[in-house]
Design a protein around this ligand. Structure first.
Ligand SMILES: [Fe+2]
Length: 291
């Protein structure tokens, strides 16, 4: 009998799409005990769906780290100071937000696009989450590109965007209520990560699909345009890129694992919950320079 082909292996996973746009849940796998064939099928689903959820996983810091390392090198997290005792693994704690003027909500963004090499992706493991609230939303760069008019695709084809970590801090509601210390901390982060340029239209390095490579939080200008031109077009593109039909939404339960391909989605953490929540987080490194 012939060896199973990759496609057959993929089809053996119980994959259930979250929406018609992107995202899936995979059932019947144990992330603490992955064989290479199952891992290959999971990685293919990661590329196909961009957002993947697993339920009821029994993991500790070490096994979660090992799962993250399947993707390659793990990153340091400039905005997540709570290191665990396991390299690359961070505590990711939400404080709840409905009584806090949403001051903790970063809103829509992709991770680390203010760096030359934005993250490949991230993984979260829910240790203790409230019974409701705190859903994570995702929106597809692929669909965002595909639903542009042909004329707009042509206009954007050679445009370069500037990504700046200061942008969110200065433009958001957070700025108006932030403490001086937190603004000074942001300035220090900016000193470490100066502005970078990424093309507005990129091609995913593994799927080969074109994307509108846009970050609501940190894309600040289009190079070469007047400020008003740049702002008008970016405002339009940011609104365009976050339409419901490009999105999926992930609900949290204890022991859920979420992974996303940070190269081809924006995400948004809702703060519609009160009780504290605690997760583990790893960010996966990529050498890809957006192009
Ligand atoms: Fe994020």
């Amino acid at each position: 009998m012939a060896q199973p082909q990759a496609a057959e292996t993929t089809s053996q996973l119980d994959i259930r799409p979250l929406t018609g746009a992107l995202g899936c849940e995979i059932f019947g796998v144990d992330l603490a005990n992955l064989d290479d064939a199952t891992w290959a099928a999971i990685y293919q689903a990661f590329l196909d769906h961009a957002v993947v959820v697993f339920r009821d996983q029994e993991l500790d810091e070490k096994s979660f780290q090992q799962f993250g390392l399947r993707f390659g090198k793990l990153e340091e997290e400039p905005f997540v100071p709570n290191k665990t005792g396991t390299p690359g693994v961070y505590y990711f704690k939400g404080a709840g937000g409905t009584k806090k003027l949403s001051s903790q909500n970063l809103g829509w963004h992709m991770d680390h696009s203010y760096q030359k090499n934005p993250s490949l992706g991230a993984a979260l493991y829910a240790l203790d989450v409230p019974p409701a609230g705190g859903d994570t939303l995702f929106s597809s760069h692929y669909l965002s590109y595909e639903y542009l008019s042909e004329q707009m695709k042509e206009f954007l084809a050679d445009k370069i965007a500037i990504h700046d970590v200061l942008h969110y801090g200065m433009e958001s509601g957070h700025f108006s209520i932030a403490k001086v210390e937190s603004l000074e901390a942001l300035a220090k982060t900016r000193a470490k990560f100066p502005q970078v340029e990424h093309p507005l239209i990129c091609t995913h390095p593994e799927t080969g699909r074109k994307m509108l490579y846009l970050n609501k939080a940190w894309t600040t200008a289009i190079k070469g345009l007047h400020a008003k031109e740049s702002k008008a077009i970016l405002d339009m593109l940011k609104e365009h890129s976050l339409q419901d039909r490009f999105q999926c939404r992930v609900r949290w339960y204890n022991k859920s694992v979420l992974i996303w391909d940070n190269r081809c989605v924006q995400h948004s953490p809702n703060v519609d919950y009160e009780a504290p929540r605690k997760m583990l987080r790893v960010a996966m490194h990529s050498d890809w320079i957006p192009s």
